[in-house]
Design a protein around this ligand. Structure first.
Ligand code: CO
Length: 499
């Protein structure tokens, strides 16, 4: 066996532990009784510590041998994998095992408190936990090191190679075009959307959601769908990728679009090559690329007129007689309604980015020491006024609405918007590459699109950073003009105006 093969086998064992941790986390969100929290936090902490220890002390020396003895003779693909393992190893080697365990335990506990404090609309309850996590992540950034600001070090975990300044510059470049489109839409008369708000049986909704998920290429052989407070997808391995969804009894859009979104994430994980299990080539490229997949399926596919041409008959016949007498355009219009709102996950495709921009500004300020945790609610209210023109009526609809900070995830939010921008750029390229793609989507034939995504994006795993992948797939690095063009084309159709 070569040293590389030994390293790969070790990384596969580590991936097994990661998969077990994922299962514990899935269970905590979906099945676990509330009383199990303390022991679960301990179990997750132990496994995380073990994973970290194996990575540094067992995979680490193997990596050193590969570099010394084999790297120079390797082909490009193997070298790419080794470079990515090295990037990760250098980062992880800087973290003491005790810190990893401390973060995992704090995060697991804090997440539980967050759920309670959100339900009780009580920021004070959550505050000490948030403060602890912010402090732990600042300490972590110091372990990693950074050139410009501590937030760079955290961003790099989700979006390797991307800096705070680059994110800022992408957001600045999209703002004028986005504001221009929003300004024109604001002048349009608001149309009645109440027709879609029919109370429908929850079980039937879930069943219909599974039908949609299956139609897009997600199957029960390698996945399952459950209900949770905050929809997510999670991979135990590329052969077991689960999703959760959220149902609003009187609004089918909630279930439908959370399902399609999570299916998009799941299809990416399922598209990773099992032969590369444990290697960077068997893992997702970055969180923004992950999000590009969920957004592409949710927005470019699920919110298109073609989608409704195909699925309105099925919706209408499943929920007789709630949607009799409507045409696909009615649904196309109502699922693309643009209106500033307080809650990110139910925001429309355009104002959504202002939710992200404000979170990026707030979390980077907390991590960079420019905003105190106790001042968060006031700062949140101020940004909501500035970007969305709204007053925040409660913490639950304000700074307690998102799960991310509750488990210490700072640096993740920007990847949502970056994902949308990548999605538009990928879809534009797919439409050029795949003959008759639009017509196939209208027929409900999603296979050609999925195969294109597998061949162009999924297959590469994390053998390169997102900007390189984007260039390889589309011929250029991230360019927000693709998103703005997509938005103008779509919303001029939705609102029947010139954009
Ligand atoms: Co997502």
């Amino acid at each position: 066996m070569t040293q590389f093969e030994l390293l790969k086998a070790k990384l596969a064992e580590i991936a097994d532990i990661k998969g077990a941790l994922a299962l514990l986390s899935w269970d905590q969100e979906v099945m676990m009784p509330a009383g199990g929290i303390a022991s679960r936090a301990r179990q997750s902490g132990t496994l995380s510590g073990l994973q970290h220890d194996m990575y540094v002390n067992q995979a680490g020396p193997l990596l050193d041998k590969v570099e010394a003895e084999e790297y120079a003779q390797m082909d490009e693909w193997h070298q790419q994998n080794v470079r990515e393992i090295k990037r990760e190893m250098q980062r992880v080697r800087k973290l003491p095992t005790s810190h990893v365990m401390e973060v995992t335990q704090a995060a697991s506990h804090s997440q539980q408190v967050w759920a309670k404090s959100r339900a009780a609309n009580d920021f004070e309850m959550f505050k000490p936990h948030l403060k602890q996590l912010v402090d732990l992540r600042i300490r972590e950034a110091e372990y990693y090191g950074y050139t410009t600001c501590p937030y760079d070090a955290l961003l790099d975990m989700y979006e390797p190679g991307m800096t705070t300044l680059e994110v800022k510059s992408v957001f600045e470049s999209v703002k004028p075009g986005l504001l221009d489109i929003l300004g024109k839409i604001k002048e349009c008369p608001e149309r009645d959307e109440t027709f879609i708000r029919k109370t429908l049986p929850v079980d039937e909704q879930l069943k219909w959601g599974v039908h949609i998920a299956n139609s897009l290429g997600y199957s029960a052989d390698h996945g399952r769908q459950d209900v949770s407070a905050h929809p997510f997808s999670i991979a135990m391995s590329p052969e077991d990728v689960r999703i959760t969804t959220k149902v609003a009894p009187d609004d089918i859009r909630e279930m439908l679009y959370s399902t399609i979104h999570e299916v998009g994430h799941a299809l990416y994980e399922l598209g990773l090559n099992t032969a590369n299990y444990g290697l960077p080539a068997g893992e997702a490229c970055s969180m923004a690329i992950h999000e590009s997949q969920s957004r592409l399926w949710e927005n470019q596919v699920g919110r298109s007129l073609e989608f409704w041409d195909k699925f309105l008959p099925s919706l209408a016949s499943t929920f007789q007689p709630a949607f009799n007498g409507y045409v696909p355009f009615d649904f196309f219009r109502v699922v693309n309604k643009v209106k500033p709102s307080l809650v990110r996950i139910s925001a429309d495709e355009l104002t959504y980015h202002f939710h992200i921009i404000m979170r990026f500004e707030l979390e980077s300020a907390m991590i960079n020491g420019e905003l105190k945790v106790e001042d968060l609610p006031a700062a949140w209210a101020e940004k909501t006024r500035q970007y969305l023109g709204l007053e925040v009526p409660s913490h639950a609809q304000g700074c307690l609405q998102d799960i991310h900070w509750s488990f210490g995830s700072f640096g993740y939010f920007p990847t949502y918007s970056l994902g949308s921008f990548y999605a538009a750029q990928f879809m534009a390229k797919a439409l050029q590459d795949v003959p008759g793609l639009q017509e196939q989507l209208k027929q409900g034939n999603f296979r050609p699109l999925l195969l294109w995504l597998r061949e162009k994006i999924h297959v590469h795993g994390r053998t390169m950073v997102a900007s390189e992948l984007c260039k390889k797939v589309t011929g250029e690095t991230l360019n927000v003009e693709h998103f703005l063009t997509y938005a103008r084309t779509k919303f001029s159709k939705v609102y029947q105006i010139e954009l």
